[in-house]
Design a protein around this ligand. Structure first.
Ligand code: FAD
Length: 601
């Protein structure tokens, strides 16, 4: 065991300083709890800062027919009805208050001429709904929450600290173990409750819009502690990432470009989305647009580098484009030498968001493990099989707050802080330090090589289109890489050693990748972001269940969990979406929605 650990104590430990973590910390501290926020990066640099397009909320500032009920309907339909409807219900009601709260806390939104919060159109939202700050909404959200948090008594922040394991007492989570990235010092944090707000995971794919932090550490730690991971098969390909030059591949081209009127064309100049979705066209849901681009490329109508052309230049004035999409202008100018106010962008699908995550209770964000809560991209349930753009920034505000409040109440209900066994700490320490042991000589494996091999396997065999055969190939590769990962070793010591950090990341990514692939194999249907070449249709039984991956006797197993059907009065709300089509309702809801709703359009 180590000579010494740095130790910290708090009522509520929040893992992550993105929007979900910051909102949870504010709620927990306001409930009277000492709250520690831990982040792999610096405060203000979490992945949330990259968000561009906006926060979806049914304020109806521009389109008066909008409401929380229409937002509910769009979100359920976008998620192909396997979302946790209670979460969607809470979300679509409460996100309105959370947006106004941000405004009260100093968030500076773009405005209408009347001084209302400006809203823009986004894919598969019935009305103009995304509250935004140009195309830098995440930056404003983080800035506002951060400012509020540091002025809330009872909060503290620990930056550049990687947590590697949740600590437990009996069945209950009671803290976490990790190390400081700059010194390599080990740290033990004892807490009454833990909120996992550690974000998503895209880094196990070759092309992704995600930041370096997106390695799924939180999901992997929760899984190891006994939590269930739900909907892991649903990984969102955003249809428009940069595809050229190679160094920029994967970087997001915000949906706001299409929200502001941009259209997609193939190499023949055809606006092909008119064929694939004549109603929503370029603003169809992300799964549909991503697949459509893929199909155009396969049909030989792709752009020179294997994607499509996104044209805003012919749709808006140059001044308008510079005002509404400043980051996109800078991004294309700096990285590709393209002036998007004059010429089209070349774009293609990029891994963007993970609908799956830690299975939680809708009201409290409690996981299936006592003492552990989860919110934001690390949690599952709100988005079902496909997330609508703008619903994540709302998610992190609504459920970040709920998780913080519930964790605070749980921590306050505890008597003494639970003890942590010495064996647990010794095991956690041994696992973290193993890659630094210079004991294997030429048999040592390089963490970067394993990461690259995992990316190849996931991108090629568990990507936008999948089959039993390709997924089994991916599973075999993950198994082999997991074996090799046990021999990962790095040179150098603990101080600022990126190779060592990557070893941790790789272990998390392997666990999460296995969950993605095992769930994708078990879901023998196509639904939302899961596109199975060998099962192109929906399956009635699978439409009533969510899949969970959990640990049983040391191995990962996939099990079915029945999703709670919507009550009749809730089902009728679906007709409020402009995009509702009664013909697509699953049998168990058939006949419960009026064929033509007066409010629908
Ligand atoms: P994150 O912001 O990812 O934060 C995770 C935190 O956890 C970080 O602080 C990280 O350091 C910490 N962490 C992780 N692992 C560990 C560990 N082991 N130890 C300690 N700390 C750890 N959504 C929208 O709704 N609207 C948009 O316009 C939009 N635009 C986007 C644009 C881009 C380019 C991208 C990539 C995403 C966009 N999204 C958007 C999605 C949205 O930004 C994210 O889903 C959301 O910000 C996730 O927030 P979070 O708080 O859950 O996690």
């Amino acid at each position: 065991m180590s000579e010494s650990y740095q130790t910290r104590e708090c009522d509520v430990l929040v893992v992550g300083a993105g929007g979900a973590g910051l909102r949870a910390a504010i709620a927990a501290a306001e409930a009277g709890c000492s709250t520690l926020v831990v982040s792999k990066s610096l405060l203000g640099k979490a992945h949330t800062v990259m968000a561009e397009g906006g926060i979806a909320a049914g304020l109806a500032n521009l389109d008066t027919p909008d409401s929380w009920e229409v937002h509910f309907a769009d979100t359920m339909l976008g998620g192909q009805l396997i979302n946790n409807w209670r979460m969607v219900d809470l979300y679509s009601r409460e996100v309105i208050d959370r947006v106004y709260e941000l405004e009260r806390w100093g968030g500076l939104f773009d405005r209408t001429d009347d001084g209302l919060i400006m809203q823009r159109a986004f894919g598969a939202h019935s009305w103009k709904r995304l509250c935004h700050v140009g195309d830098r909404t995440g930056l404003e959200l983080i800035r506002t929450l951060q400012d509020k948090m540091v002025h809330t008594a009872g909060t503290d922040v620990l930056m550049e600290c990687t947590l590697t394991r949740l600590l437990t007492h009996g069945d209950r989570v009671c803290g976490a173990f990790g190390y400081l990235r700059n010194t390599g010092e080990l740290i033990v944090i004892r807490a009454g409750a833990v909120v996992m707000a550690s974000g998503g995971w895209g880094r196990m794919f070759r092309y992704t819009s995600n930041s370096w932090e997106g390695t799924g550490d939180g999901a992997a730690m929760a899984f190891e502690a006994g939590a269930e991971l739900q909907d892991m098969e649903f990984v969102q390909f955003h249809p428009t990432g940069m595809i050229w030059p190679p160094g920029a591949r994967g970087i997001l081209v915000t949906e706001a470009v299409r929200g502001e009127g941009g259209i997609l064309r193939n190499s023949e100049g055809e606006r092909f989305m008119e064929r694939y979705d004549p109603v929503k066209k370029d603003l169809s849901s992300r799964d549909v647009v991503a697949r459509s681009i893929y199909k155009e490329v396969v049909a030989g109508r792709g752009s020179p580098h294997g994607g499509a052309f996104l044209d805003i230049a012919s749709r808006r004035s140059a001044a308008d484009i510079r005002k509404r999409l400043p980051s996109m202008c800078d991004q294309f100018e700096a990285l590709a030498g393209v002036d998007i106010s004059k010429e089209p962008m070349e774009v293609g699908p990029t891994i963007h968001y993970t609908m799956g995550g830690i299975r939680v209770d809708a009201e409290t964000a409690a996981s299936t493990v006592p003492g552990l809560y989860a919110a934001g991209e690390a949690a599952a349930g709100l988005h079902g099989a496909n997330r609508l753009g703008g619903n994540s920034l709302g998610d992190i505000l609504v459920f970040g707050r709920r998780a913080g409040e519930a964790a605070a109440s749980s921590a306050k209900g505890l008597g003494a802080r639970p003890a942590v066994s010495k064996k647990q700490l010794a095991d956690a320490e041994a696992a973290v330090l193993l890659p630094l042991a210079h004991d294997l000589g030429e048999k040592a494996e390089n963490s970067y090589v394993i990461h690259r091999a995992l990316q190849e396997a996931m991108q090629d065999d568990a990507g936008i289109g999948r089959s039993e055969e390709s997924l089994n190939r991916a599973l075999t590769a993950i198994g082999e890489l997991t074996e090799r990962s046990k021999r990962m070793r790095v040179g150098g010591g603990r101080v600022l050693n990126p190779g060592w950090h990557t070893c941790r990341d790789v272990l998390s990514m392997l666990t999460v990748s296995e969950a993605i692939v095992r769930c994708a194999i078990a879901r023998r249907e196509s639904r939302g972001s899961q596109w199975r070449f060998d099962f192109p249709d929906k399956d009635a039984h699978l439409g009533r269940i969510n899949l969970v991956a959990r640990k049983r006797r040391g191995a990962m197993v996939v099990e079915e969990r029945a999703n709670e059907p919507m009550p009749d009065d809730v089902v009728t709300r679906l007709a409020r979406s402009r995009f509702f089509d009664p013909a697509t309702l699953p049998l168990h809801y058939a006949g419960k929605v009026p064929a033509q709703s007066p409010e629908a359009h």
